[in-house]
Design a protein around this ligand. Structure first.
Ligand code: NAP
Length: 241
């Protein structure tokens, strides 16, 4: 990780922020792509003695992503890793789900992964690289009220495995992580009854912390994960196994 350059999408808060900060703690340089201000994370990261920069990027916009990734390579001199983490939920039962609810979630959660990976991989072809995509337990087992979200997260898994097969011989690895219930703004909005039910179903009897995901991202990006590609790692306290 030392001196590596990693793009973390959705790195201004939640799981993405934890990933950015943990990789920086391990000596990595970080570029944060987010639609909300991320300079507070950049300042914290720079205190660790590494380089960091915030890019105001909507990851669902291909042109914007391509321009920002070219700028990362120009500014930092290289690109080693990409963590596709940005994501949203628009939860509704299917019969209440509007076409726009479907399109928005697919565009932000899935098309963004195509956008960032396609634009980044051009720079990794000669040097090799590593990609970690944040999927979800919903993409693995489905979830009522999340047909759009689950489809986007299942799509990420198929995409990840295809990229692993296409670019393995170029020294590029691609893996996915499927987190369970992690304590962030995304899960804050769930009502207490749902949270209690979920807690009862989790064998480890606690919700995940953003750092639980960050540690696995580090493992996959580091030399410890160097023989792992096309894999999906559940980080869910045993909620699904
Ligand atoms: P979060 O706290 O809502 O953070 C997501 C970040 O991504 C926010 O800063 C968000 O900005 C940003 N973002 C949204 N749309 C974007 C876009 N078009 N371009 C760039 N940035 C964008 O979410 P989180 O809980 O940390 O989740 C991170 C990832 O983990 C997501 O992919 C999520 O699906 C996945 N995940 C989370 C859980 C969980 O329990 N929390 C479980 C499984 C998987 P805004 O504030 O403007 O939206």
């Amino acid at each position: 990780m030392k001196d590596a350059v990693t793009i973390v999408t959705g790195g201004s808060m939640g799981i993405g922020q934890a990933i950015a900060e943990f990789l920086a703690e391990k000596g990595g340089n970080i570029a944060i792509f987010d639609i909300i201000e991320g300079n507070h994370v950049v300042e914290k990261i720079k205190e660790k003695g590494v380089d960091a920069r915030f890019y105001n990027v909507d990851v669902s916009d291909y042109k914007m992503v391509e321009g920002a990734i070219d700028d990362v390579v120009k500014t930092f001199g290289r690109l080693n890793n990409l963590v596709n983490n940005a994501g949203i939920t628009v939860d509704k039962l299917l019969l209440r789900m509007k076409e726009d609810d479907w399109d928005r979630v697919i565009k932000v959660n899935l098309k963004s992964v195509f956008n960032c990976t396609r634009a980044a991989i051009r720079h990794m072809l000669k040097t090799g690289g590593c990609i970690v995509n944040i999927s979800s337990i919903a993409g693995v087992m489905g979830n009522a009220g999340q047909a759009n979200y689950a489809a986007s997260k299942a799509g990420i898994i198929g995409f990840t495995k295809s990229i692993a097969r296409e670019y393995g011989e170029r020294g590029i690895r691609a893996n996915a992580i499927a987190p369970g219930f992690i304590k962030t703004r995304m899960t804050d909005t769930l009502d207490e009854k749902t949270k209690e039910e979920m807690l009862r179903a989790i064998p480890l009897k606690r919700f995940g912390e953003p750092k639980d995901v960050a540690h696995v991202v580090y493992f996959l990006l580091s030399e410890y994960g160097s023989y792992i590609t096309g894999e999906v790692i559940n980080v869910n306290g045993g909620l699904y196994m």
